[in-house]
Ligand binder design. Sequence first.
Ligand code: BG6
Length: 486
Amino acid sequence: MQTDSSFTFVLFGGTGDLSMRKILPALYEAHRAGMLADSGKIVGVARHEEDRAGYIEWVNGHVKPYVSKDGLDEAVWERFLARIEYVKLDLSKAEDFVLLRDAVNKLSGTRVFYLATGPSLFVPICHALASVGLNENARIVLEKPLGYDLQSSNAINDAVGEIFAEEQIYRIDHYLGKEPVQNLLALRFGNALFEPLWRREWVESIQITIAEELGVEARGDFYDNTGALRDMVQNHLLQLLSIVAMEPPHSMDSDSVRDEKLRVLRALKPIDPRDIQRVAVRGQYHAGVIRGTAVPAYATEPGVKKDSTTETFVALKVEIENWRWAGVPFFLRTGKRLADRVAEIVVNFRPVPHSALGPTALRPGANRLVIRLQPNETIRLYCLAKQPGEGMNLASVHLDLAFDQFFRENQMEAYQRLLLDVINGRLALFVRRDEQEAAWRWVEPILNDWAAANKAPKPYAAGTWGPAAASAMLAQHGTCWLEEEN
Ligand code: BG6
């Protein structure tokens, strides 16, 4: 399906890491799949390259290695390059924005301005766009992190909101574009089977994990001023939580979905500062071994302060104060340099109230739904079945929905889906301002407490599952992280 209309996609930070690894490759994949209107244009905006020829050379050298895992078709690539224009722009020069306006005015279709830059540049760029009238009838895409805390995110949202209406603003959280997250919505709201069980009466606990093997890579400087709570929890994990826990929306239109997610975020039980030790674990990786390779400690990574107290791991116990979820613990966890790269949601159902078949049926986790977001997207439902042979011995079996076996078509990468949504004006998978505020408001007591304590996070060796305190937190509730059961 092609984009509904022609477009002019203006990419600020056009030679940045994100443009190189994600945005331009995603646009290329959409182009390759015939999903972009033929007349659609991409305008790279950056300071470094002199002219279009220089930019195309940069794209050839830097973006090409990130596209098309199954081989690149040179002719298709050339046609993609033909879509690309370039404007050399210095943000401090008003006259450069006049040049940008002139370049954009020559092009047609929906205007999208994608700010793949640091958040400190969002407001100056928006002002400069408005000064040359480019904010009118345009869409603006803001990358995370949007601010550093509630106050700074409000300041950005206020300033951007004076220039662009909320319906023009697309706040990206790429986790919302992942296929299995869409599938979770399909599973919950397309089947009558799960919805009656999706509540406190039948669910004992829920875990959401985003574990990474990678460290901070070349982003030490940024990461050391950010930490895992801001980088992953405030956005990705709370967004996943809100999708897992939301009420069925009236329809899939953008505000129905976002209204329901907002209700969840507003119902998060506020964290009492006196409880933080009990419900929040922060860790930092030390040297260790991942898949047989020695990796250095976080504090020795380039750009990181030697005495850094920034967390690279967070585990939290979260509660939702509403009828559906009262009393059900949601355990969230994320970390860098963990034992495996995995993102998954685990719904543990309660055991049967009485077992005539022996104790196995009373075991926690006997019925469990595991939604694996990456790698190997699958949804797996665990049940008990009788083991063949004499007697009634129960064993765990599972029903698998492995998407790649059912659907042969290419699955879309998150960025590809989200960029097409921006061009087509679909806001449902973008974070609305009130959602973002609610998420910041909820994490703020934890941020404040950790900043005030200025204590070192708990150490964990790279290649493990994080500090032991994260396991102890679950043990208090008579449960454990999924991988600890095996
Ligand atoms: C980004 C974070 O938002 O998400 C990174 O800033 C993190 O630190 C990344 O590595 C993880 O995304 P994915 O899609 O690779 O799981």
